[in-house]
Design a protein. Sequence first.
Length: 137
Amino acid sequence: MFLAEYKAAYPEAKVIGVKDLVPKMKEQGLEFDGAYGFDPEGTKYGFEDEIDACYFHGIVTKDVAWLHKPSKTLVEADLLVNLPAKEQYSKTKTSPKVPLIGSLDPFGKLQKHYVSNQVKDTNLLLGAGQWRGMQRS
């Protein structure tokens, strides 16, 4: 992840991650300035005037999403998974149908199965739809 190298190059930068990442990176000699899921809820890291953060502890990957308020840019990593990955790959003549499951699409059985295995707290995920007053348009 090159966090140690980044911290060495920019010593004034804060390294903030998620709880499960802290022990792994500590073995590599990297100390975190903060960790979602470890620090008390509501901890301020110094960027809250410009960026909202939402920690998703109810999914397997324990991900964080950040909303840059001035530009309304949402930054996330493992929260969104596109099946099939139409934008990432060129078209092929191979069928998108999977035996016994059907086609790979956001509304198909495979997508629902994947999401249901990732989400451990469905109430938390449903509440994320109202995160920071944002609503689907």
